[in-house]
Design a protein around this ligand. Sequence first.
Ligand code: ASP
Length: 459
Amino acid sequence: MKVAKFGGSSVASASQIQKVLNIANSDDDRKIIVVSAPGKRHPEDIKTTDLLLRLYEKSVAGLDYQNKKDEIINRYADIVHDLKMDTAILDEFSTILEERIEKYRAHFPRLKDALLSCGEDFNARLIAQYNNSQGVPTTYISPLDAGIIVTDTPQFAQILEESYGNIYKLRDIKGKIIVPGFFGYSKKGNIVTFPRGGSDITGAILARGVRAKLYENYSDVSGIYRVNPNLIKDAEIMDEVTYREMRELSYAGFSVFHDEALQPVQKERIPVVIKNTNRPQDPGTYIRYDREIRPDHLISGLSCDKGFTVINISKYLMNRQVGFTRKILTVLEDNDISFDHMPSGIDGISIIMRTHQIEGKENKVLNEIRKQCDVDELSIESDLAILMVVGLGMSQMIGTANKITEALAKANINLKMINQGASEISMMFGISVKDADNAVRATYEGCCCSANKIKSSVE
Ligand code: ASP
């Protein structure tokens, strides 16, 4: 059995939905179909989830929201019209929106989840009804009926373990099953959404629940690029990557697959394939537990993410002081700051965090560190970018770091810090934000492509 999830652009219009159903219906194993809300049809378009967000904002502000509601209904009306479906379904959608606004008027966070989840929910109902009308037995199953039980914190649903037993029962249903992505139900009966982009998470949960042999994730790209294709012309698509590599790449800014979606599939070692709805014949990128290490592709991918702040602390003889780091970490904890990296030397330590973690608290944190640790020097820089180079093969090959630093040196890029975790699956380089794009180009061209494959970068 396979679970196939289709992202927003794959279900944005009638013609896209027809492509989705051609894919879904062409394979009997493709039994469970998870759909997103209609996404953008063209670059200036607005995603249905964002239209729902506007409806939510108007209704909590007590303003007239009718035109916002109409915009949403019109998105589905276009699809219903083009698929030549009965328009009665649109009245149902309109009633559901009104009922939810009425029911949750006094519970703002609940209203947000109740409205935003409609994007996926309406699409799933619509697509199931259409597929049935085409003679393919198809059942719409809500997350409630599928048994997707989640925690009760609005917008941050986390799956509860007991869901998996419920989901397994979906195997007994005959025909195709269409489930809306992006939300579940808490034990109190509330609709709770996953973080934005969370339909990937629903797909992964269902794949684990029914013990699927494959989780197919369809979007509008033919796989995962090794590097941002906006920076490198003809960037390569990976044929396979491991869960652990993918986790590191997501951290560094790869957004093709939601990082929270890896956890359920990783647990049961269910392979995931990232495929293109518009080019289903392309092989896509497989995300698996393990992969063969190929000497020509020691580095799977690389990315440079901006928006980091580093606190640099120096203290003579720091290495001999017991509890020095604990004191610093206590200051961070007291200020509710989580950090990402902590490269250190004998007389100094740097703490790197996402800038939003410390924004507005900089002086307070520095003063507290000064007070607790009696430091010699203390500084903070907020123009840091982190270049992450990820590859399973790096642990087995001598000289990879050398290749990367050589490529960066040739591009005249100053390395502020370097860190390699014990897993040797990734290397992290702290650089200036102004060097970020050049660093990606230099590293990709110097280390990622075999000599005959070096492509020229976009100027
Ligand atoms: N529709 C939701 C969003 O735009 C969830 C998703 O598409 O995965 O974030």
